[in-house]
Ligand binder design. Structure first.
Ligand SMILES: NC(=O)c1ccc[n+]([C@@H]2O[C@H](COP(=O)([O-])OP(=O)(O)OC[C@H]3O[C@@H](n4cnc5c(N)ncnc54)[C@H](OP(=O)(O)O)[C@@H]3O)[C@@H](O)[C@H]2O)c1
Length: 298
C-alpha cells in the first residue's frame, strides 16, 4: 500500500472530523472531508477547509455526504474512487447525541439517532467495501465512544447506537481480515467539540411529569460531561497514528481518554470472553489464521 493513503471522513464539517481531515492532510494523505450540505448550511465550514487546502497546498477536498442517504453515500464514494483511483480508509465519524429521560425520546428521535450513528456506518461500509475487497486492503475506522461500553444515564439511545456500532465493527473484523481489510474502533472519552451544543433533547416532555428526582439526571450528567471535556487534538493524533500503523498490526479497540471510567477493564474482559467464544464455535484457529493473513497483507 502507498504510504500516502486515500481517506474519506464523514461528518468533517466540525469537531473531530474536521480535525482528522486537517491533521491527516497535513501529513500528506489524500483526504476527502465529507459533510452534509456543503453549499448551504455548511458553506462556511466547506469554504474554510478549501481555503486551508489552498493556503497550505494540501491534498484536501470537500465532498457532500449525508450518512442517512444511500444515494449521497454512494455518490461520494464513487467520486473519491473516480478522483483518487482507490479508497484506503473510511472514517465513520458522523454522529450526534439524543439526551433526556428515555421515555420522553420519541420513536422518530430514536430512529434518527440509530439511522445516523449506526446505519450511517453500515451505508458507508457497504459503499467502500467492494473497492477495498478489490484492492485487498483497507481500513474501516469507527468513532464509537466510551458510551459504546458503559451506560451513561439519560444517553440511552446514544449508548444503544454506539453499542450497536461496536458489535458490528467487531464482527466485520473477523470476516474481513483475511482479505487485508481491518476494522478498528476508537472510543473517545469527553472532548471539547460542538457535540454538547448539538445534543438533541427528548421531545415528549409531558412524559416526564411523574419522574420526580429522575428529572435531574440529564442536567447532572450533561454538566459533568461538558465540564470534563479534553482537547480533541488528542483524538486526532491517535487517529493519525492508527492510520499510519502498518496493516495487520492495528488493535481492534483504542480507548482515548483522560478518564478510564472502567472502559479499559471492560475491553480486556470482553477480549478474553470473546476469545473463549471463538474457541467454542471452533473459530479460534480460523481467526488466528485470519490475523496472520492480515499481517502479511501489509
Ligand atoms: N466530543 C466527544 O466528547 C465525543 C466523545 C465520544 C465520541 N464522540 C463521537 O465523535 C463523533 C464526532 O462528534 P464531535 O464530537 O466531533 O461532534 P460535532 O462537532 O457535533 O460533529 C458531528 C459531525 O457529525 C455530522 N453529522 C451529523 N449527522 C450527519 C449526517 N446525517 N450525515 C453526515 N454528517 C452528519 C455533523 O455535521 P453537520 O455539521 O451537518 O451537523 C458534524 O460534522 C460522533 O460520532 C460522536 O458520537 C464524540
Amino acid at each position: 500500500m502507498d504510504s500516502k493513503q486515500v481517506i474519506l471522513i464523514t461528518g468533517a464539517s466540525t469537531g473531530f472530523g474536521r480535525l482528522f481531515a486537517e491533521t491527516l492532510a497535513r501529513r500528506g494523505h489524500i483526504v476527502f472531508a465529507t459533510m452534509r450540505d456543503p453549499g448551504g448550511r455548511n458553506a462556511k465550514n466547506a469554504a474554510e477547509i478549501r481555503a486551508l487546502a489552498k493556503r497550505e497546498s494540501l491534498n484536501l477536498h470537500v465532498l457532500e455526504l449525508d450518512v442517512t442517504d444511500d444515494t449521497s453515500v454512494e455518490r461520494a464514494v464513487r467520486s473519491v474512487v473516480d478522483q483518487a483511483g482507490r479508497i484506503d480508509v473510511a472514517i465513520n465519524n458522523a454522529g450526534y447525541a439524543v439526551a433526556g429521560l428515555e421515555e420522553a425520546v420519541t420513536l422518530e428521535q430514536a430512529r434518527q439517532q440509530l439511522d445516523t450513528n449506526f446505519f450511517g456506518s453500515v451505508r458507508v461500509n457497504r459503499a467502500v467495501l467492494p473497492h477495498m475487497r478489490r484492492q485487498r486492503s483497507g481500513l474501516l475506522l469507527h468513532i464509537s465512544s466510551g458510551a459504546g461500553r458503559v451506560v451513561v444515564p439519560s444517553f440511552g439511545f446514544y449508548c444503544a447506537s454506539k453499542f450497536a456500532l461496536e458489535a458490528l465493527a467487531e464482527s466485520y473484523r473477523y470476516e474481513l481480515a483475511a482479505q487485508g481489510i481491518e476494522s478498528v474502533i476508537v472510543q473517545p472519552g469527553a472532548y471539547e467539540t460542538p457535540i454538547f451544543g448539538n445534543v438533541v433533547r427528548a421531545a415528549d416532555q409531558a412524559r416526564t411529569e411523574t419522574y420526580g428526582v429522575a428529572n435531574e439526571i440529564p442536567g447532572k450528567v450533561s454538566s459533568v460531561l461538558a465540564g470534563s471535556a479534553g482537547n480533541p487534538q488528542e483524538v486526532a493524533d491517535a487517529v493519525l497514528q492508527i492510520v499510519e500503523t502498518p496493516a495487520g498490526q492495528r488493535q481492534l479497540r483504542y480507548r482515548i481518554s483522560a478518564a478510564s471510567l472502567g472502559v479499559d477493564e471492560i475491553n480486556a474482559v470482553c477480549d478474553s470472553v470473546q476469545n473463549k467464544l471463538l474457541g467454542a464455535f471452533g473459530l479460534a484457529d480460523d481467526t488466528t489464521f485470519v490475523r496472520r493473513s492480515a499481517a502479511s497483507a501489509g
